[in-house]
Design a binder for this molecule. Structure first.
Ligand SMILES: [Zn+2]
Ligand SMILES: [Zn+2]
Length: 196
């Protein structure tokens, strides 16, 4: 295996870098490895997290790829992971059993981050805060929609395939219908599923 350009512990981070390379015309690809040992000759003892995503580029394109990634690193230093912090949690994605009781009247509060008062007794409440107090901050982990990986600039370069006829959907934006068979496609869903 040639030396990878970059190694990523998370798929979305790897694909974000890949999309930037594709947009720059670099021939690049991701290799996913789910084993731990013997990945890189001479580095077999390195403990790599599972799974690991290796970003490769065609040797001809490698110098350009390095330059593009340097710029990418500066833009995204710590950026990908913190995107979720800017979103409001969607409490409807959580187990309804996590709905906290009103501290005053014990009525079950609605699973809505924007609710400001108990519907039963009108006490001001913060549902998100009450969930965190009761169940810990990790209870909110499932309340965030996945951070989008693709946008309309990168999606045309992402060659997902039509589910029905296997047509390669290169050059097409994130959501549409297959030009060969008319099947609906959603590239974002496809790449999110690949990394799940
Ligand atoms: Zn109440
Ligand atoms: Zn098709």
């Amino acid at each position: 295996m040639p030396t990878p350009l970059r190694t990523f512990p998370s798929g979305p981070a790897a694909l974000a870098a890949l999309a930037v390379l594709w947009r720059s015309g670099v021939v690049a690809w991701i290799e996913r490895r789910d084993e731990r040992a013997g990945l890189i000759p001479g580095l077999a003892r390195v403990q790599l997290p599972l799974p690991t995503f290796f970003l490769h580029a065609d040797p001809v394109d490698r110098p350009r790829a390095e330059a593009v990634l340097l710029e990418f690193d500066q833009l995204h230093s710590g950026g990908l992971a913190s995107d979720a912090d800017d979103q409001h949690p969607n409490l409807l994605l959580l187990d309804p059993g996590l709905a906290p009781p009103c501290p005053a009247c014990a009525a079950t509060l609605p699973m809505r981050a924007d609710a400001t008062a108990c519907p039963a007794c009108a006490l001001p409440v913060d549902v998100v805060e009450l969930i965190v107090l009761t169940h810990g901050p990790e209870a909110l982990a499932d309340a965030y929609d996945p951070v989008p990986i693709l946008d309309d600039a990168s999606a045309p370069f992402v060659p997902t395939r039509c589910r029905r006829c296997d047509y390669v959907l290169l050059g097409l934006i994130t959501v549409g219908v297959c030009p060969e068979c008319g099947e609906h496609f959603d590239k974002e869903d496809a790449v999110q599923a690949w990394f799940a």
